[in-house]
Design a protein around this ligand. Structure first.
Ligand SMILES: Cc1cc2nc3c(=O)[nH]c(=O)nc-3n(C[C@H](O)[C@H](O)[C@H](O)COP(=O)(O)OP(=O)(O)OC[C@H]3O[C@@H](n4cnc5c(N)ncnc54)[C@H](O)[C@@H]3O)c2cc1C
Length: 356
């Protein structure tokens, strides 16, 4: 007979401290629930992302799924986190789209008239006064945009959790889970539920790896350009995002086939070629980073409870816009797990359960 000795009880175990894990911790804290987080080294998409929040899809001039709900929840959520952690990780920063033609400008004006978009799409052209940027057709500016320094947030959140004995910097080994009727036991810990917020790491999770999380690799180069002097993020077919100290994150690439998370020469060459179309100043590439966006074929998140093990839940599929999506998705999952509120069909893993 196997006897499990769990000495340390929590309401929840959370695996992953990316944007999804942090948002779920916050939902639990609000409700006074206890939890323990495992993360093997903050090496997911969140730590790589440039951290822009921008409610407008600039390719199509549309808003993402539930954009207004996401946005109106996310901004105060991050502001409160800044206060709680006693740090500053949010910077308001205009996002300027480079126009490539008069037709492009006209499409912008049309977008600025559309309901919901008019809040964000500034209805005037913004001239380019930077001699090192090639933008002869001027810019369109999105309003209420900015940047979250996600890695800084993660590192401080990790310290905050460690100070209350709620963080373990180690790999979670799925095969060590033991099930009782209503709880899970993991080493010396017992919890009512485990929430997996592993991003693309879910591919190593035997309970959920078969779900259709595709993963899209993205890479940035970080350049030092002392003459560029930008305070806005610039968007063409890629972004140039000011980081301070003359450093800029440039990218990202999109690659559906390469599943290796290390930086590649191919992406670096692609970005160098693209930069030549926009920048006319000297720069030096000082770093390159790569990460896997946790994306799905239908561009919707994957939330829900495992069909066989009711103690296991999933918070994944945040896609390309995790900053805005994570607080709302975490709230949906929390309400589902704690209050039995049905998940919206389009984000519920029930839509893809035949894959498990
Ligand atoms: C190049 C790039 C640029 C992006 N730019 C933006 C942007 O500007 N704005 C925006 O909103 N979004 C952006 N995104 C998307 C955003 O990064 C993601 O939507 C979001 O970070 C996903 O968060 P997550 O918590 O689900 O996953 P992750 O951030 O990947 O976090 C998962 C965590 O789980 C941990 N983990 C996994 N398995 C285990 C295990 N077995 N044991 C312990 N720990 C484990 C990992 O260490 C990791 O820290 C970008 C993504 C990429 C790749």
């Amino acid at each position: 007979m196997i006897i499990f000795v769990a000495v340390n009880k929590r309401d929840y175990i959370i695996v992953g401290l990316g944007l999804a894990g942090i948002a779920f911790c916050e939902a639990l804290e609000k409700a006074g629930k206890s939890y323990l987080v495992f993360d093997k080294g903050l090496d997911g998409a969140s730590s790589v992302a440039a951290g822009l929040y921008n409610p407008v899809i600039l390719k199509r001039y549309t808003l993402p799924w539930k954009a207004i709900e996401q946005f109106d929840l996310a901004i105060p959520y991050y502001q409160n986190l800044e206060k709680k952690l006693g740090i500053n990780f949010m910077t308001e920063m205009p996002v300027r789209k480079v126009f490539s033609s008069v037709e492009d400008q006209n499409n912008w004006f049309a977008a600025s008239d559309k309901p919901l978009l008019e809040r964000f799409v500034f209805p005037k052209l913004v001239g380019n006064e930077n001699e090192y940027i090639k933008a002869p057709y001027a810019y369109g500016e999105v309003q209420e945009t900015g940047r979250v320094a996600i890695k800084k947030l993660q590192e401080h959140y990790q310290k905050y959790l460690a100070s209350k004995d709620a963080y373990l910097n180690e790999s979670f080994i799925h095969s060590n889970i033991a099930f009782t009727e209503n709880t899970v036991i993991y080493n010396e810990y017992e919890a009512s539920r485990i929430v997996f917020a592993e991003g693309y790491g879910v591919k190593q999770n035997p309970f959920f790896s078969a779900l259709p999380l595709v993963g899209n690799k993205g890479e940035y180069v970080i350049i030092k350009a002392s003459k560029l002097n930008l305070s806005a993020a610039i968007k063409t077919s890629f972004f140039v995002v000011p980081l301070g100290d003359d450093l800029y994150k440039v990218g990202a690439t999109f690659n559906w086939t390469d599943k290796d998370t290390s930086p590649s020469e191919e992406a670096r060459d692609e970005l160098i070629e693209k930069m030549a179309t926009l920048l006319s100043c000297d720069y030096e590439i000082v770093d390159q980073v790569a990460g896997m966006r946790p994306t799905t074929g239908d561009r919707r998140a994957l939330l829900g409870i495992h069909p066989k093990y009711k103690q296991l839940a999933l918070l994944n599929g945040l896609g390309t816009r995790g900053i805005m999506a994570s607080p709302l998705l975490a709230q949906y999952l929390f309400n589902h797990l704690e209050n039995g509120k049905e998940l919206l069909d389009e984000i519920d893993i029930k839509r893809v359960l035949s894959k498990l």
